[in-house]
Design a protein around this ligand. Sequence first.
Ligand code: 4SX
Ligand code: FE2
Length: 483
Amino acid sequence: MALPQKRARPPDIVRAAYAELVVTDLAEARRFWVDLLGFVISSESPKALYLRGYDELIHHNLILRQGDQPGAARLAFRVRTAADLDLAEAFFAALGSRTARVPAGVTPGVGEAVRAEDPLGFTVEFFFAADYAERLQQRYDLRRGAEPARLDHFNLVVPDVRAAYEYYASLGFGLSETIEDEQTLYAAWMFRKQTVHDVAFTGGEGPRLHHLGFFAHESHQVLRICDILGSLHMESRIERGPGRHGVSNAFYVYLRDPDGHRVEIYTSDYFTGDPGHPVLRWSVRDQRRRDFWGHPVVPSWYTDASAVLDLDGRPRPLLKENQPAEVTVGADGFTRYLLTRSMARSPAALRVRSTFLSNLPTAVFGISATNAQFSGTCQRAAPLLPRKSASSAASALAPGRSTTQASGRSPQRSSGIPITAASCTAGCAINRFSSSTEEIHSPPDLITSLIRSLIRKNPRSSSVPTSPVRSQPSRNFSGAGSR
Ligand code: 4SX
Ligand code: FE2
């Protein structure tokens, strides 16, 4: 994605304000979002619901619109002044993006707006004028469910996280945290308001909406919605968590709505508003990065996301993930390792393998083919080479061969356990367990627990360096908010 040399001045974006989701059964969606999660209805029509959190003073944070196919129709940001609408229009025109002016009142509660199909493929909206709603912050008597307070962030799946970072930096967003290694930016969190983020990027087939994050004030509200869903035997709506994020330090849970749209209830992140706020960089090998307690991330969290719609409401075509990565499929979610027979036959390996395979939804095999890694037949890969002598970028991107490379700093290598990467189909993973070398597809979290338990059994390889969390600037990615 080429940004023009001389960029137009970006609009002054205040914050992520609302999203419109297309749902296929508005009554069912209402039961989930309003009756269970606790959103407040600001207005409604036969085809749409306009919802807000209890702290929100503008008209809505979420539109649910009845449609034939689930999708994310647009992501809306509030801008500081009416003049910012002109800046937004000029900014996107300079990028060659398709734009539209939307007269006041087309969206209930929202004044004139500018919409654009942004360079990442998302339909974004910018508005200044908005109707203010009744203040409900202290109407404790009305609160239900997770007691959502306001929209906090959009999390977007993009094929190239670095390109997304650069584009949002050009829109004036600051960078708060990253997940990265020496060569790849796997995920990034960026802000306009003075919190960890208004927008975050997860690497994968995109453009897709990964989730909407709604802020709650207290962790008990996250726990309460889980208890409610359990009581109603709706536990399958709880996808990941509750837990403590490494990135952002927020307490969280992810839920799936009746159409599969993912929503996060998110609380207790931190202030990022100081000038030059330092970026917190997590190594992709740090098992605390996505869950501070080291709990594994379920595969669906890495593979599933909502389609996004263009200005005419049509689904956007998907682009495959396009970045060099030691860990390739679905952001930093899946690693491929070839285990030696003796390791794979160990009780720890068997345990991990059977747990992982029995938990793995079949859909993962179909939809996670975001990288050539999953497209070939079983192939022995070359043994790992030291980072400096081989380009993992090149091999990860080479068509038809996608050997992943672990770096010399990976815990696996430094523990002295021989593990090599392989290139293989997902189905192969199952067959290969009975052969002399055994491959496992797994979130790194599972692999790490396997490695750890093996290491515990073998005192000779007892030193597992913890993955560093760097707070110093990395050479690749620049620092905090530019405005
Ligand atoms: O899973 S992560 O700890 O990386 C994370 C995910 C941190 C903050 C978020 O809002 C999120 O969705
Ligand atoms: Fe989030």
